[in-house]
Design a protein around this ligand. Structure first.
Ligand code: FRU
Length: 475
């Protein structure tokens, strides 16, 4: 491999390469979720579809499997399933006192050049110098990046109004009515908000402050990290990551008045009860006009030379009820390998039914009618008697995914539970009733062996449909 022309990136990539064999040896590391070659990743950044490629950048520490030294890793894909790792794209310019390249987005400037827009975090050792928003320009292949001569493209002086705190970050660009806008997470006094800016020209390096798009008291959230604001059909969706599970607000946006009017709100993916396992989302629109949601799976144990991965890409839509629906992209079906059967039928208490598979990387679709059973329990990686493993239990009203208990939103068929489950070693994603509810969990991988069991309590339940495919890896 030839050396990278940028010594800072060369050093970083050498460090990642040295950790690959340890990361690969870990049996808990996911096989069909995107992750860096080794070491730490957090938020997906700069996700975009351009010239037939899906580009993914991500917060990356090349020097360890914990957060720090934040660079932007880079990968690309033709199908959102198989990824090609590319050289690290952004590095902290230490000589400019830049310590980290925080989250941001990708866009094309008026000359058609790729831009990465990110939050530049200065070395905080001497006082707390404020963050700035900066850009980097890419070559036509999107491989090599230079810091933009116009930097910083946004500084606190831009506002002329209330100063945001040093924590002022995570630019996200959207276009509407032929105008380019950008949202950022910012807070001041007792308010955490989403600040709105409009591009003064097509360079996307000059921005005017347009006020707050959205706000909440600081007592509710310290900062609304990683705001995403997009139009899906005729509704608008705001996602924020407020140091707890990602929250959504849907509503209408009046582009003449620049006013967002919320209608519905909720939690996008609850994760574990003590910490979000799904966080810091990003959204892209592809050639077919689909809005694709990407998020970071977090909460893995340290010390394994890798930490963090991307959740499966999800198609994001908004239902007639104004709440989002998340569904795994159909492209993932190409990973389906051997199928393991389980016949539909009645499940009687004390007599669990079982599908046998030695695999801990599979996809499972099940439709369960609770019937007169008080509860049904599905166990992934169960023992010979159908017990043990990772439990997913429903009493008809609530769903318990490995200890995370959530209410099941009322659906068209109240007594029926349609589950689409992905287990990938230590990552579990559960999609319920057409994606009205989604739960991502980091789990202990089940001991390989027996398979999946389904048990009823207190009465008969019925298994209407069941399909299980062992999944191939993507690397
Ligand atoms: C969210 C976040 C962002 C920030 C980045 C730093 O996980 O805290 O707000 O830009 O991570 O890595």
């Amino acid at each position: 491999m030839t050396a990278h022309p940028n010594p800072a990136i060369e050093r970083a990539m050498t460090s990642v390469a040295a950790a690959v064999s340890q990361a690969e040896a870990d049996p808990a590391r996911p096989r069909y979720h995107f992750r860096p070659p080794a070491q730490w990743m957090n938020d997906p950044n700069g996700v975009i579809f351009h010239n037939g490629w899906y580009h993914l950048f991500y917060q990356h520490n090349p020097y360890g499997d914990a957060w720090g030294h934040i660079h932007w890793g880079h990968a690309r894909s033709r199908d959102l399933v198989h990824w090609e790792h590319l050289p690290i794209a952004l590095w902290p310019s230490l000589e400019l006192n830049e310590a980290h390249c925080f989250s941001g987005c990708a866009a094309l400037d008026g000359l058609g050049r790729p831009l990465l827009i990110y939050t530049s975090v200065p070395n905080q050792e001497d006082g707390r110098p404020p963050f700035t928003q900066r850009a980097a320009v890419g070559d036509p292949d999107w491989i090599h990046w230079q810091k933009h001569p116009a930097n910083p493209i946004l500084a606190l002086e831009t506002h002329g109004g209330p100063p945001f705190e040093p924590d002022w970050r995570d630019p996200f660009v959207f276009h509407e009515a032929g105008r380019a806008f950008l949202v950022l997470a910012g807070s001041y006094d007792d308010m955490a908000g989403v600040a709105l800016y409009e591009a003064a020209d097509a360079s996307l390096t000059r921005w005017d402050y347009r006020g707050l798009l959205y706000q909440t008291p600081r007592s509710d959230a310290r900062l609304l990290e990683c705001p995403n604001f997009v139009r899906i059909g005729d509704k608008w969706l705001l996602l924020t990551s407020p140091f707890r599970p990602v929250e959504y607000v849907t509503g209408s946006f009046d582009v003449a008045l620049l006013r967002f009017t919320p209608e519905q709100r909720g939690v996008l993916d609850p994760g574990a009860t003590d910490a979000p396992n799904y966080y810091a989302t990003n959204i892209l629109f592809d050639a077919a006009g689909r809005s694709i949601l990407l998020g970071w799976v977090r909460g893995f144990p340290a010390g394994r030379a890798w930490n963090g991965c991307l959740a499966l890409p999800r198609i994001l839509t908004i239902g007639d009820d104004g709440h989002p629906r998340q569904q795994p992209i159909p492209e993932l079906q190409q990973l389906r390998g051997r199928e393991r059967p389980l016949a539909p039928g009645v499940i009687r208490p004390g007599a669990p039914v079982m599908a046998h598979t030695p695999s801990d990387t599979f996809e499972l679709e099940a439709v369960i009618e609770t019937g007169n059973a008080g509860a049904v329990t599905l166990r992934l990686g169960c023992a010979d008697d159908g017990g043990g493993g990772i439990a997913i239990r429903s009493d008809g009203q609530t769903l318990d995914v490995a200890g995370t208990v959530v209410a099941i939103p009322a659906g068209e068929e109240p007594a029926q539970l349609a589950l689409q489950i992905f287990l990938d070693k230590s990552v579990l994603e559960v999609y319920v009733n057409g994606g009205r509810l989604c739960v991502t969990r980091v789990v202990e991988p089940p001991r390989a062996g027996v398979g999946v069991s389904l048990a009823a309590e207190g009465g008969n339940a019925e298994l209407r449909a069941f399909r299980l495919w062992e999944m191939r890896g993507i690397w």
